[in-house]
Design a protein around this ligand. Structure first.
Ligand SMILES: [Fe+2]
Ligand SMILES: [Fe+2]
Length: 172
């Protein structure tokens, strides 16, 4: 998303990306930290392959499609801003369940950290990416809204089908 952006949004996205990279510290890279959480609950690659739902794939594919196609860049901005915005509350709930089940402190580090970091990422997206973009080119606002709504919808469908699966053993 950084490619071709004005300087202020570009810097915000670069800072966000650097956080993802653990600010240069290997054990703090978010994929490494997330893998620790997966390992702690025994979510192996096979388990994920067997249990990956259609709604989960829709969420991932939507993010990838918006980020990889230049003409959809403003939709990507809306979608990723909402992703950052929604995540902290989900992490706080997960943290509670993690403690209730007496799982390890190291395993929850990814989610614990994202309660704060993604709240900052969300406000950074709104202040330094969305506002400057819309001020400069008001015509991109509907594109950004489209992305935000697409993420809200796909996320809602994913969470509802997951709840259904956990409650009744299978999705709809
Ligand atoms: Fe992250
Ligand atoms: Fe983030």
């Amino acid at each position: 998303m950084q490619i071709g952006m004005a300087v202020r949004p570009k810097l915000e996205l670069a800072g966000n990306y650097w956080d993802e990279m653990g600010n240069g510290t290997e054990p703090r890279v978010h994929t490494v930290m997330f893998q620790n959480a997966l390992d702690e609950v025994g979510a192996t690659d096979d388990f994920i392959r067997e249990n990956l739902s259609v709604d989960a794939m829709v969420c991932g594919n939507l993010s990838a499609m918006l980020a990889l196609r230049k003409p959809l860049i403003f939709r990507a901005v809306g979608s990723f801003a909402v992703t950052e915005f929604l995540f902290p509350r989900r992490c706080a709930q997960l943290l509670e369940a993690w403690r209730r089940n007496a799982l390890s402190v190291e395993g929850i580090e990814y989610h614990r950290e994202h309660i704060g970091i993604d709240a900052r990422h969300a406000s950074g997206f709104f202040k330094n990416v969305i506002i400057p973009l819309v001020e400069e080119r008001p015509e991109v606002a509907p594109e950004i809204s489209w992305g935000a709504l697409a993420r809200l919808n796909s996320s809602q469908r994913y969470l509802e089908s997951t709840l259904q699966t956990l409650t009744y053993g299978s999705a709809r």
